[in-house]
Design a protein. Structure first.
Length: 136
């Protein structure tokens, strides 16, 4: 099946309601998929903040830096998804004020739209299999 511009634009305008019971019975956040350039920006942010350059050596990766970098990238993407979905500007500082449980639900929804975590996990699996092959 041939992809049409209409299909692409319809996907980009897709909105998802994320329940936020911490803010009331019928409270919801509305998110939209971040753009491809925003996802790339989040990946670059994650790499820059983690201090990983090129082919990472697991023995030299600072786990605390890596976790902070992952969280920063997540909050960046949540801010972008909320800005598009709620049609008002959301900053990373705004995201840090969201109830932790709501934040977790928001990330799950954004991650489902972007596949951000899955891509990182795939890179880790590939890295581990390359290390095992080197040892053999």
């Amino acid at each position: 099946m041939k992809i049409t511009k209409e299909m692409v634009l319809e996907g980009f305008s897709h909105r998802v309601e994320v329940p936020a019971p911490e803010y009331g019975d019928n409270a919801v956040f509305v998110i939209a998929p971040p753009s491809a350039s925003e996802v790339s920006e989040a990946k670059a942010l994650r790499m820059r903040l983690s201090g990983v350059k090129g082919e990472p050596d697991p023995s030299k990766v600072d786990l605390s830096k890596a976790l902070i970098a992952e969280e920063a990238a997540r909050r960046f993407l949540i801010a972008k998804a909320l800005t598009r979905g709620m049609e008002e500007e959301w900053t990373i500082e705004d995201i840090e004020k969201i109830h932790p449980q709501s934040l977790e639900h928001l990330w799950d929804a954004v991650d489902a739209l972007t596949g951000f975590t899955g891509e990182a996990e795939e890179a880790i699996r590939n890295f581990r299999s390359r290390r095992k092959a080197k040892r053999s």
